[in-house]
Design a protein around this ligand. Structure first.
Ligand SMILES: Nc1ncnc2c1ncn2[C@@H]1O[C@H](COP(=O)(O)OP(=O)(O)OP(=O)(O)O)[C@@H](O)[C@H]1O
Length: 269
């Protein structure tokens, strides 16, 4: 469990990124931070592994205040996937994935074997192992980033806009694979996105943030759709202007779901 207690962050130049933020993130589930650009999502995410140090409040992981933890050890114990994968360009795929294991003192052969297994888990076969990151597609690079973040078997996985640099089709594939993986692995995932559709797809718990790092609403996707807290949330999740309004039409004896423009979306079973 990750607990934010009245957390705040003001940067040295005076910018206030987060104010009085409190939240409990249950273990083995996915929590998504979503909100407009600059609302403090990344700052909150990075405060969990102390890449950002808080100016107010506390974060506890399984009841231990992270400010009492050694920052380097803390960082190594938590998986982190970044927007552009953040792979080391001059190291081969297999060595990129092995790096966290090697830093934790695992012998080279063992590290390579475990990395190969992890690459297979994220859908990359042996032919990829000896390539350099630039010889992979964007989607493949993100898979390597996920493999590297998971290779140490961390309890917590931080994902900062991990799929936003790839095209919509690859993005949907990566989301599906991540959901499939999470069903098996049951990590505590904290996921940042500015895309509400992605937040609804990935999140057990969704945290809608406003500029200044304050909470607009916390709930499951269903809670947010059924009972948006205010106009900001309604607007953000697209309930206004009929953005998420679906209707049923009968066509040749079948019930077809159409969106607000009358475009067919699916069939009601
Ligand atoms: N190192 C820094 N120094 C000063 N201000 C910063 C720093 N890092 C972030 N900020 C500011 O803090 C606020 C929150 O930034 P943050 O990156 O957390 O937002 P975000 O919601 O992740 O945005 P985006 O969706 O655009 O990535 C912004 O106003 C940003 O300009």
């Amino acid at each position: 469990m990750i607990e934010f207690r009245s957390v705040g962050k003001q940067f040295a130049d005076g910018t206030r990124a987060v104010s009085d933020f409190s939240l409990t993130i249950p273990s083995h589930t996915t929590t998504v931070f979503v909100g407009p650009s600059g609302c403090g999502k990344t700052t909150l995410l990075r405060s969990i592994n102390r890449m950002v140090d808080l100016t107010e409040g506390q974060i506890l992981i399984d009841d231990v205040d992270i400010s009492d933890r050694n920052p380097v050890q803390l960082r190594r114990s938590i998986g982190h996937v970044m927007q552009h994968a953040g792979l080391l360009p001059h190291r081969r795929v297999i060595d990129n994935v092995s790096t966290p294991l090697r830093l934790n003192g695992v012998a080279k052969a063992d590290a390579r074997q475990r990395s190969a297994q992890m690459l297979a888990t994220v859908g990359l076969d042996e032919s990829m192992h000896r390539r350099y990151p630039s010889q992979l597609s964007g989607g493949q690079q993100q898979r390597v980033g996920v493999a590297r973040a998971l290779v140490n078997d961390p309890n917590i996985l931080l994902m900062d806009e991990p799929f936003s640099a790839v095209d919509p089709i690859v993005r949907a594939e990566l989301q599906d694979e991540m959901l499939r993986l999470q069903e098996k692995l049951k990590k505590t995932i904290v996921f940042v996105t500015h895309d509400i559709a992605e937040a609804f797809a990935m999140g057990d718990q969704v945290v809608v943030l406003k500029t200044g790092g304050t909470v607009a609403q916390v709930g499951s996707p269903t809670d947010l759709l059924a009972e948006p807290a205010d106009e900001f949330v309604e607007e953000f999740i697209g309930l206004q202007r009929g953005g998420r309004t679906l209707q049923v039409q009968e066509l040749q004896g079948r019930l077809i779901i159409v969106d607000q423009h009358g475009r067919p979306m699916g069939v009601l079973e």
